[in-house]
Design a protein around this ligand. Structure first.
Ligand SMILES: Nc1ncnc2c1ncn2[C@@H]1O[C@H](COP(=O)(O)OP(=O)(O)OP(=O)(O)O)[C@@H](O)[C@H]1O
Ligand SMILES: [Mg+2]
Length: 230
């Protein structure tokens, strides 16, 4: 399952799940105490994939959350309740829950950090991408200390890799040297097919499954699945 908590709603778009302003969404879960089960939708193109969509209302949620009780824990509670709901209704256990975060480190992202066990960071193989990383790691450290001691930054995925440039190779080598355990072997190349897919309400996995972009994501997914075997 994918939980989209980015007000831009790019994950919802790519998964083909409606997320215009009138749709019940993760906003209603966080702010209006809806159950996650009430907003989760089946993705039309991919069996066994569900999405809790984000709507534009989420843009105001950062501020609305401030005055609410247990403001950091709302997503965690909703997920715990949803997991119990599935169990009680004889539905299959979810293999993975991915939470797509906004680019900022506000209360929405804090909710994700409190609900998650692991953080996966996609890093574009460009210099500026590295600049944000140390601040992000500091924030994760703070969450570990005060709110969720289980949280680990377990995975880094190198994206937008352009093998023709020295810069990309340098950034990739640099990140691998600093985080040898976390960086996946698979790297996602810069690819036109990946950037085209969202305009067809698809991910590259259904838009062009045999493209190098899709195959790289498949490799990354296989590594993730293998890592999670106890
Ligand atoms: N490997 C790639 N090759 C080409 N284009 C890509 C690639 N990865 C992502 N893009 C394009 O870049 C844009 C942003 O990608 P994505 O939504 O993954 O970034 P993001 O870091 O989540 O952005 P935001 O911080 O705004 O949420 C998308 O339009 C996508 O099509
Ligand atoms: Mg995003």
């Amino acid at each position: 399952m994918v939980i989209d908590i980015d007000p831009q709603g790019n994950a919802s778009t790519a998964l083909g799940v409606p997320h215009h302003a009138e749709i019940d969404s993760i906003y209603d879960v966080l702010i209006n105490d809806f159950a996650l089960a009430d907003v989760v939708a089946q993705c039309p193109d991919i069996d066994n994939l569900y999405c809790a969509p984000a709507t534009i209302h989420l843009a105001g949620a950062e501020i609305e959350l401030v005055s609410l009780v247990a403001r950091e824990q709302r997503l965690r509670r909703a997920i715990d309740e949803y997991v119990r709901f599935r169990e009680n209704n004889g539905q299959e256990r979810l293999d993975f829950i991915f939470i797509d975060c906004p680019p900022s480190l506000g209360l929405l992202t804090v909710n994700a950090f409190c609900a998650a066990n692991e953080v996966m960071i996609p890093i574009q193989c460009e210099y500026y991408a590295l600049e944000g990383l140390s601040q992000l790691l500091k924030n994760i450290g703070m969450i570990q200390k005060h709110l969720n001691s289980d949280l680990v930054m377990s995975t880094i995925l190198l994206t937008m890799y352009d093998g023709r440039t020295n810069l990309a190779a340098h950034v990739a080598a640099d990140v691998r040297e600093h985080f040898p355990e976390q960086v996946l072997q698979a790297m996602i190349p810069r690819s036109v097919r990946i950037s085209e897919a969202p305009s067809y309400q698809q991910t590259v996995m259904t838009y062009d499954p045999s493209s190098t972009g899709a195959l790289s994501y498949l490799e990354a997914a296989a590594e993730l699945a293998e890592r999670s075997v106890p």
